[in-house]
Design a protein around this ligand. Structure first.
Ligand SMILES: Nc1ncnc2c1ncn2[C@@H]1O[C@H](COP(=O)(O)OP(=O)(O)OP(=O)(O)O)[C@@H](O)[C@H]1O
Length: 543
């Protein structure tokens, strides 16, 4: 009856084929360590993916093998994405900013057979190589002229490896439920956990990202993923952009640098870019200090952690760029919610409240909030509880785990605490582990940080719970000033009065030169709590 369902499988190979057949001349532009402007077409990119798939076969890679990558966003990493997944291998992108012990743990746990690495990570891998007993060899992502001297065993140069291979590769007919990629969580709150993505989940997720109320990508656009390709598949951008034939612009290793981003966006006419708040802070600072603007840019997607209002305001008022707030996680491939453009008819104050929320569920994703007994709470925008999700691209169990990661009734517990309002807007209050429990009540660190970020002279803000004799925990505000700004802690705290509930106001404010960040650029509350583990409240506060 439903014969059409059997004709084709939802695999990444179909995205590659579609781009090859329909958009062979669309461009991919990359900054790499050895070339500030590498430029080629999808036709060439997928031909080289064919050469790479042949090379992997020659290296002995077998269906289902995990192939690890430690690389920045550029065209060679893009070729790896497709050559591995579409030939039946699993593309395991690894975050090179993790600690060496975490890297060794992840590579061993994933049983990576080959590691493809950018030249700058060669010393890191040399130091680890004795521990990597399951790895058969290494491929350095460069050409012969830039190949570093290395003690790595069984090492190849990427371009030399491809040179002798044909671009014709018999891409196999893959089952849509077979594994395509593997990512580990960053370990912000514990040990990294692996999430194995099927072709089907990734294709559906790509459709989800492309929806008109999400990225709404057009073929005429130029897209810059500032989110690393080693972190949740760069939010699917390397799949979504070829699916519509848009231009793909890769920032290479200096993606945290405001100047690199600004110049690249201007040169390539970037229309949409995606990344975590810290990269936008760096870009806006550069634009402000150098009087530059990016005329082609019309929207940015901000996710990974809560987007402060200051970022939204500065983008919009100074550059005419709309910011979309998105929420997701590794276990969700990662898209969960997206904050589409709020109609201009909505009054400013109301729009601000809506836009600071994380948006509505992407098509296919269901959300609920539950109390500590697992009972669903109302979606009234007030009640907050543990956020649970389900959907076609939500992780069912962690890689190699014996037990399901789902609740008895089939939901995935995100580890976030949130509200959901009657219109379906999600408001992340905190991570469960970051919630501040004061006198039996919860205080949202995110709301306090959002307010602190609106104050003049504040570049970054974090609020953590610190042990308190009477209240169990009280909020401590830690701020980084903008360059040259002098922050007066007492005056800062006074600003909170009348803007947040009285008992939420942080009891103390400390000004520091920098905050610790995680490997994916988020403020690391875990490390911040460690820094303040011996903190003593001033005497008048402990009373
Ligand atoms: N827009 C957002 N606003 C607030 N928090 C967000 C937003 N987007 C993502 N997050 C936070 O990031 C989390 C997902 O992060 P990710 O999957 O990158 O793992 P991680 O934090 O880096 O590591 P781990 O899961 O190991 O602790 C979400 O659960 C949520 O807490």
């Amino acid at each position: 009856m439903f014969g059409m369902m059997m004709q084709s499988q939802l695999t990444l190979t179909e995205i590659m084929r579609h781009a090859q057949n329909n958009f062979p001349n669309s461009e991919i532009v990359s900054v790499t360590a050895d070339n500030p402007q590498h430029r080629y077409t999808y036709r060439e990119a997928f031909a080289r993916a064919g050469q790479l798939a042949n090379a992997l076969k020659r290296l002995g890679a077998q269906s289902g093998d995990r192939i690890g990558t430690l690389a920045w966003n550029d065209y060679r990493h893009f070729e790896l994405y497709y050559a591995t997944s579409c030939s039946g291998l699993v593309c395991h992108t690894i975050n090179p900013r993790l600690f060496p012990e975490q890297l060794a743990y992840i590579i061993d746990h994933a049983e990576d057979r080959w590691l493809f690495i950018d030249p700058m990570f060669v010393p890191l891998l040399e130091a680890l190589s004795e521990k990597l007993t399951g790895v058969r060899g290494f491929v350095v992502l460069t050409d012969r002229a830039h190949m570093p001297d290395t003690t790595l065993p069984n090492v190849h140069c990427y371009e030399s490896l491809l040179e002798s291979e044909s671009s014709e590769f018999a891409w196999p007919q893959l089952d849509e439920d077979s594994a395509a990629a593997l990512c580990y969580t960053s370990g912000t709150t514990g040990n990294p956990k692996g999430v194995l993505y099927s072709h089907r989940a990734m294709v559906l997720h790509t459709y989800g990202v492309l929806m008109p109320d999400v990225f709404a990508l057009q073929g005429s656009e130029a897209v810059l993923p500032v989110v690393p390709m080693f972190h949740v598949n760069a939010w699917s951008i390397p799949y979504a952009v070829p699916a519509v034939g848009a231009k793909l612009v890769f920032p290479g290793p200096k993606m945290g640098c405001g100047e690199t981003l600004s110049k690249l966006m201007q040169r390539e006419g970037v229309t949409i870019a995606a990344g975590v708040p810290t990269v936008w802070l760096a870009l806006l600072k550069y634009l402000r200090e150098n009087g530059e603007t990016i005329p082609s840019l019309n929207r940015v997607v901000v996710g990974g952690s809560a987007c402060p209002w200051t970022i939204m305001q500065e983008f919009e008022q100074k550059h005419g760029v709309y910011t979309h707030h998105a929420w997701g996680m590794t276990e969700m491939s990662p898209l969960g919610t997206y904050n589409a453009r709020v109609p201009a008819s909505i009054p400013m104050d109301e729009a601000r409240v809506l836009r600071l929320k994380q948006g509505r569920a992407a098509f296919g994703v269901e959300m609920r909030i539950v109390d500590d007994k697992g009972q669903p709470l109302p979606h009234d925008g007030i009640a907050f509880g543990a956020l649970q999700v389900r959907g076609p691209w939500v992780c069912e169990r962690y890689f190699k785990a014996e037990e399901s990661a789902l609740t008895a009734d089939g939901w995935f517990d995100t580890g976030d605490v949130a509200t959901i309002d009657p219109k379906g807007y999600l408001g992340i209050t905190d991570r469960t582990k970051d919630v501040i429990k004061s006198g039996g009540e919860w205080i949202s660190s995110i709301e306090l940080e959002n307010f602190a970020m609106t104050l003049t002279g504040v570049a970054e803000a974090a609020v953590i719970g610190v042990a308190h004799e009477k209240w169990a925990e009280r909020p401590l505000l830690v701020l980084v000033p903008t360059p040259g700004a002098e922050l007066d802690p007492k005056a800062i705290l006074a600003e909170f009065e009348g803007n947040v509930a009285k008992w939420w106001i942080p009891d103390d404010c400390i000004v520091v030169t920098e905050l610790p960040h995680t490997a994916t650029g988020k403020i690391s509350k875990k490390d911040l709590r460690m820094q303040f583990v011996d903190y003593q409240w001033p005497e008048e506060i402990t009373a």
